[in-house]
Design a protein around this ligand. Structure first.
Ligand code: NI
Length: 209
């Protein structure tokens, strides 16, 4: 599979039990730019990656990027109904944090949904603890999600399925941000926990414990 297909492989087969309600107003449900354009930007560092956000976590509390200053952030965009790529990558993130041990506290894992309509805070509360106790799941309005996805150069788009159902195509990079919230780089989908540890550990204070 080409890297491009691999990166947007999250829209797989899946039967959702709940049907999507009618779209609220004309809220944007996808990236303004194409997947190819966004991947080109990311690959060649053509534009800054990341930026401020104010979203709602799985407990219903507002969280902003600013509270994570002083920690590295591992930021991942996906959706909870994703059948394959999202759970695999989230498992790798959780495992990497475990492997980092106590030093892993310096890393904040964050999952931001690209399907805010279905991924409510309550729904995220059932989902994120499956991967790591410290994983924060974030949702928000369609506008807020599109803004943060655009800032992180994430491509996502709804793909209609039978009976009014839909899935979401999306790029699945794992972003590593520094203690000031600046972009360091990305891990491609399918990166192993060991590889993440190898890259992250030298950036921790007092590494190697
Ligand atoms: Ni996915």
């Amino acid at each position: 599979m080409t890297p491009i297909l691999r990166a947007i492989a999250c829209a797989g087969a899946g039967l959702w039990l709940t049907l999507a309600p009618a779209l609220a107003g004309d809220a944007p449900q996808q990236s303004a730019r194409s997947a190819a354009e966004i991947m080109d930007i990311l690959m060649w560092n053509r534009e800054p990656v990341g930026g401020p956000f104010a979203l709602t976590d799985q407990a219903g509390h507002e969280r902003t990027d600013k509270e994570f200053r002083g920690r590295l952030m591992l930021v991942y965009f996906g959706f909870t109904y994703c059948p394959d790529v999202c759970p695999t990558d989230l498992q790798a993130i959780g495992l990497a944090l475990d492997k980092l041990g106590r030093d892993g506290d310096q890393v904040q894992p964050i999952f931001i949904t690209v399907d805010p309509e279905r991924d409510t805070a309550a729904h995220l509360a059932d989902y994120v603890p499956m991967f790591h106790p410290r994983l924060i799941g974030l949702t928000g309005s369609a506008d807020a999600i599109r803004k943060v996805a655009d800032a992180y150069k994430v491509y996502y788009a709804r793909v209609p399925q039978d009976a009014g159902d839909y899935t979401v195509d999306h790029t699945a990079y794992i972003y590593l941000m520094d203690r000031d919230g600046n972009y360091l780089g990305f891990f491609p989908p399918g990166t192993s926990a060991d590889r993440m540890v190898e890259i992250i550990r030298p950036r921790l204070v007092a590494p190697g414990r």
